[in-house]
Ligand binder design. Structure first.
Ligand code: 26W
Length: 826
């Protein structure tokens, strides 16, 4: 690694648990001071809200000291800064993580208890900032944690949405969305600088002009502006002094923009214009995997990317760096296509504002950007209609046209293949003229990566095959990871204690050390302790769900967990068919309830508000739950728990309690998955297809410690080629037929046969993700799950081996791969 990037000092590199900067007495003093002078209350007057804010402000102090020292150090080193551009950060609650990284948890607990305050109650008071949809946003949050922990000079840029991912409620089993009012408790973790706002232009026109050298040039005259206000969040590393920045932009109406309307006396229109501008950062788009193509979304993308690029480029140039050297000092990592408008924006900045030659600007731009793709579904690839794009960003569209023209001329010259030229064009012509953002990203980036080995291969073979043939060296893989701080150390304190006793504390910063557990998989004493931890975590989640949702969980059962966004390709419906088929067989008398190994199937999933099929699947899961949970025939041996509003807070309690992790997408559809990693690291066994990072998990933990089933990606591809007819699978598999017929009969809808008609008919006549084709294989592997679970020692051994062999999936390792293969690669 380039010494200029990392600021790993010998001291920081040491394996040490954080040592607290305050003792309990000092903590009490600062805390009560904050209560008095920032909340204006005495201790007896203070509400939980007051105490929570005072706690945050107390913990922020040592973090701010470290943050300022980090900024000074990084500026002095003048090395390369990694700027992670992401429209989403699914951060999860901040308080526990801040206490962990400051080493203040015990001190805070002790100090607060002298004031008769329960720390855990205050921690639970926080509403998590849910500024992301799912995997992509949570990955961004893990990555900024790892960047700080690895002492890398880095900054995360994104949008500070007033409303994050909606709060899910169920009304008669149907999903109803409520606004996420995460800021209603204030935003004490945020440090906002309205005085540093910068204007971002939109729309307007492009004019011919003469630049300062007397050359003809183009000039964008925006039609309106909005102010981008920086809101900073501290990103503490663990066991190091580094505290990096997450800078989220908030939209504020530009005063000068409204002034003339106010002056003209049109008060109403002035206020309306203000609302329009501030709308930009108001709400996160809840769509996952299908872009909505809305103008407001493109406004959001340009808004945050333009502000971010200007921010970092200006600060870098201020340090005396030349334009030509910018790629040695900045790397912009594009988190999917959402920030790709940054490519023409940097070109506009360099060519129009800083008057660089086009070719010089283009070689700088292509050195600075790298693009990570997070999907394989064609419908998730963003395209922007050129008329919409040209209206909102006329100069950027011009720039994209020129980039495309020069690129296509080069392809034509090198290949002479007109078909290829059309296929690779950044502009699609059919079914409507539009900018293909993935093509723009690939042309404008130095490196392009997928997020798991299989995914990166499929990108090269399918989605971007023309580009990988043209530029074979541009493509690489970085398999995703998750932060061991949040998803083991914080979320599973009992397992953490067990690990600390067994192998020391070094695993928190170096997860490969988990391999030292390997011999303990054959130590019956250790296996017993491990089983106790799992049992403890089960009773913990049972208590949480009882209080949160009024759900009763059995304590002695297989905890079978499927939590992720609701999407057809992820196949929640396959899991449901398994449950329904067990019930149907009991009703039909072909299975004795006593022969079912007690099991609770836990679902957690939000459906995009406009995704009809996903919402109907939620209603069906709830309907099946309502029926089977009280079915006397089942004798309590099979339950479904579907707590509403699955989020990071719940994940932290649920994942450590799981025995079985459901990762059952159709092979070739899930780019990576990251929940799969969290479960394995917490000692759940995976039932999964050879998809995404499951492939690598299976490889690492070994076939005997993984429940593999289903078609491979080539199998699925050939079945599709041959013409998939799902009803054939229904006709020839009696258990499948029994299960589907039971649903179709209205058994879960009070006899109403129409209630789930569209799901049933989709299964029989469409089933795009081939749940029916994998049903038999899934049922068979679930029988193996039951067999293995009955042999507790064998199960626990496999569970321990899952922990011991999955240290690879630390996001620290992913970040090291980004350094080696992308950011520092020569
Ligand atoms: C604009 C609409 C939209 C929104 C989100 C389109 C596409 C997306 C994402 C690309 C979807 C997403 O979150 N992808 C997930 O990324 C994770 C992190 O790499 C992977 O683990 C998941 O497999 C992938 O589905």
């Amino acid at each position: 690694m380039d010494a200029r990037t990392s600021t790993v000092s010998p001291e920081a590199a040491q394996d040490h648990e954080p040592s607290p900067a305050l003792d309990a007495t000092e903590f009490v003093r600062v805390f009560t001071n904050e209560l008095q002078y920032t909340r204006g209350v005495t201790l007896p007057q203070a509400s939980n809200q007051d105490k929570y804010i005072a706690l945050v402000r107390t913990v922020l102090r040592p973090l701010i000291d470290r943050w300022q020292a980090t900024q000074a150090r990084q500026a002095e080193q003048n090395g390369k800064t990694v700027a992670y551009l992401s429209a989403e950060y699914l951060l999860g609650p901040q308080t526990g993580n801040a206490l962990l990284s400051t080493g203040l948890e015990d001190t805070a607990r002790e100090a607060l208890s002298t004031l008769d305050i329960d720390l855990d109650e205050l921690i639970a008071h926080e509403i998590e900032p849910g500024l992301g949809n799912g995997g992509l946003g949570r990955l961004a949050a893990c990555f900024i944690d790892s960047l700080a922990t690895k002492d890398i000079s880095a900054i995360g840029y994104g949008i500070r949405y007033n409303y994050g991912i909606f709060r899910q409620t169920f009304v008669n089993g149907h999903q109803v969305e409520q606004p996420d009012t995460w800021m209603s408790h204030g935003t004490p973790w945020e440090i906002t600088h309205p005085e540093l706002a910068q204007p971002i232009g939109f729309a307007g026109r492009v004019e011919d002009t003469i630049n300062s050298a007397g050359q003809p040039a183009r000039k964008w005259v925006p039609g309106w502006y909005v102010q981008a206000v920086p809101c900073n969040y501290l990103v503490p590393g663990y066991g190091t002094d580094t505290v990096n920045t997450l800078r989220l932009w908030s939209a504020r109406a530009a005063d000068e923009f409204n002034l003339h309307i106010f002056n003209s006396g049109d008060f109403e229109n002035a206020v309306r214009a203000r609302t329009y501008a501030e709308n930009i950062s108001n709400v996160l788009y809840p769509e996952d995997s299908t872009p909505q193509g809305k103008e407001l979304r493109l406004q959001q993308q340009y808004f945050f990317v333009a502000a971010s690029i200007r921010d970092l480029v200006a600060r870098t140039l201020e340090r005396g760096v030349s334009y030509a050297d910018l790629p040695q000092h900045i790397t912009f990592q594009l988190n999917d296509t959402h920030p790709v408008v940054g490519i023409p924006e940097l070109m506009r900045l360099l060519v129009d504002d800083h008057e660089l030659e086009w070719d010089d600007a283009w070689s700088i731009t292509r050195e600075i950007f790298n693009y990570t793709c997070h999907t394989l579904l064609p419908e998730a690839l963003e395209v922007w209609p050129v008329d919409l794009f040209g209206r909102l960003l006329p100069r950027h569209l011009e720039i994209i046209y020129r980039i495309n023209e020069e690129f296509l001329n080069e392809v034509r010259l090198n290949t002479g293949n007109e078909l290829l030229v059309r296929q690779m064009s950044i502009i699609q012509e059919q079914p409507f003229r539009a900018v293909r953002m993935a093509h723009l990203a690939t042309v404008g980036s130095r490196r392009v990566n997928g997020v798991a080995a299989l995914h990166s291969q499929l990108l090269k073979d399918n989605v971007l095959k023309d580009f990988s043939a043209y530029w074979p060296d541009k493509f690489t893989n970085v398999t995703n990871g998750v932060t061991p701080r949040r998803f083991v150390r914080l979320s599973n304190p009992e397992l953490s204690d067990l690990l600390n006793d067994a192998i020391g504390t070094g695993w928190v910063r170096d997860l490969s050390q988990l391999s030292q557990l390997e011999p303990l998989a054959d130590d019956s004493g250790f296996l017993e302790q491990f089983a106790l931890v799992k049992a403890h975590n089960k009773s913990r989640i049972a208590a949480v769900l009882a209080a949160r949702d009024g759900i009763e969980l059995p304590s002695d059962a297989i905890y079978d967990v499927m939590v992720k966004r609701l999407h057809e390709y992820k196949r929640q419906s396959l899991k449901l068919l398994h449950v329904v088929s067990l019930y149907a067989r009991v009703l039909a008398g072909t299975l004795n309830a006593e022969d079912i190994e007690p099991r609770v199937v836990v679902f957690g999933a939000k459906a995009a508000p406009g995704y009809r099929m996903a919402k109907e699947t939620i209603a069906l899961i709830n309907a099946v739950a309502a029926r089977i949970n009280n079915a006397p025939e089942l004798q309590g041996r099979l339950k479904i728990a579907f707590p509403a509003n699955y989020n990071v807070t719940l994940a932290e309690k649920l994942i450590p309690a799981a025995d079985l992790s459901e990762q059952i997408s159709l092979a070739g559809k899930e780019a990576s998955g990251t929940g799969n990693m969290k479960f394995a690291l917490n000692g759940a066994l995976t039932v999964g297809t050879l998809d995404g990072a499951n492939v690598e998990i299976h490889e690492l933990v070994g076939d005997e410690n993984f429940f593999l089933f289903g078609m491979t990606e080539p199998d699925a591809e050939s079945l599709a080629q041959a013409g998939y007819v799902p009803s054939k699978f229904y006709e020839k598999d009696a258990d499948l037929k029994l299960a589907i017929d039971l649903i179709a009969s209205g058994a879960f809808s009070n006899g109403d046969r129409s209630a789930f008609e569209s799901i049933v008919s989709d299964w029989l006549w469409h089933d795009r993700f081939m749940a029916l084709a994998d049903f038999r294989s899934y049922l068979d592997i679930q029988t193996k799950v039951e067999e293995k679970y009955r042999d507790k020692a064998a199960w626990n051994r496999s569970a321990v081996l899952n922990v011991a062999r999955t240290g690879f999936f630390s996001s620290d390792r992913s970040i090291q791969d980004y350094l080696d293969r992308i950011w520092m690669e020569k």
